[in-house]
Structures are given as structure tokens and as C-alpha cells.
Write a protein that binds this ligand. Structure first.
Ligand SMILES: [Cu+2]
Length: 156
């Protein structure tokens, strides 16, 4: 009878250990799933942060508007450094006072048309988030000195 009891204990003990192992595996699986979910949540949060930074934040608050007169000559941009306060929407009023044709390029894709001698135009440049260069995109003119810097002042 005692032997049978011992046997029964063994039989009971064995599944009990197995069930402990099983529940540890389940905890391990739950932990793994939580890890995967956390990782996905982090990735989604990071994606939203990137989208916010590059898309939403591209339209910063406008506190003031300012027209900036810029003269293009052979071969200079005057002034060659223009300080602007943060959150200021800029409009460049560009005049070609030189003899050759010139333009004002403010980024790879954005610039004025080529202006003949005596012509002028205006170009909305929006709010500068950081300092940047502008230049004349007529071949060779930038190398001859037709470059200027838009400098965003640190306090505004
Ligand atoms: Cu030019």
C-alpha cells in the first residue's frame, strides 16, 4: 500500500513538474510576445516621430513676414549675408542690376527664372529653419562668386 502511495506521488509529481515547465514556457512565450509588441510599438512611435519631424514640422510657425531686397550683378549677390529672425516668412525681391542674365536659386529645386539685365521678380522663400546658401544657377556664376548666405539668428 505504501509502495502504491509512493508510486502515485511519483505519477502526480511528474505531471506537476511538467505543468511547471509548461507554465514557464507559457511565461516565456508571453514575455516574447510582449517583447515583440513593445518592439512594434517602438517602431510605430519612431515612424510617427520621423513623419512629424519631416512632414508636420516642415511648416513652422510664422511670427512675421519680411521682404528682403537682393541684387544680382556680374558676379555678386548683394548682400552676401542676410540675417533673419527665426519664424520669419521671407520674400526675396530680386533685381538683376548686372549686364548678364542671372537668377536666384534657394535650393536644388527652387529658384527664380533667369532675369535679364534690369529685370526683377519676387520669390517666396518661407520660413528658414536653419541658415542656408542661395546662389545664381547660371553655369559658372556661383564659382565666380554669386553666392550668399541666409543666416537665421539664434534669438528672435
Ligand atoms: Cu549669375
Amino acid at each position: 500500500m505504501g509502495e502504491i502511495d509512493v508510486g502515485t506521488d511519483d505519477v502526480v509529481a511528474e505531471p506537476s513538474r511538467q505543468s511547471t515547465r509548461t507554465s514557464r514556457r507559457e511565461i516565456g512565450a508571453v514575455g516574447f510576445l510582449l517583447g515583440v509588441i513593445t518592439l512594434w510599438a517602438a517602431l510605430i512611435a519612431a515612424t510617427f516621430a520621423v513623419v512629424y519631424f519631416f512632414v508636420v514640422d516642415k511648416e513652422p510657425e510664422v511670427l512675421s513676414y519680411r521682404d528682403v531686397d537682393i541684387e544680382l550683378s556680374d558676379y555678386e549677390i548683394t548682400p552676401d549675408a542676410i540675417e533673419v529672425a527665426p519664424s520669419t516668412a521671407l520674400t526675396f525681391v530680386v533685381s538683376n542690376v548686372g549686364d548678364a542674365q542671372h537668377n536666384l536659386q534657394i535650393s536644388k529645386d527652387v529658384g527664380t527664372a533667369r532675369l535679364k539685365s534690369g529685370e526683377s521678380t519676387s520669390l517666396e522663400a518661407g520660413v528658414a529653419k536653419e541658415s542656408y546658401l542661395v546662389w545664381c544657377s547660371v553655369k559658372g556664376h556661383r564659382e565666380l562668386g554669386m553666392e550668399a548666405r541666409i543666416v537665421v539668428t539664434s534669438d528672435g
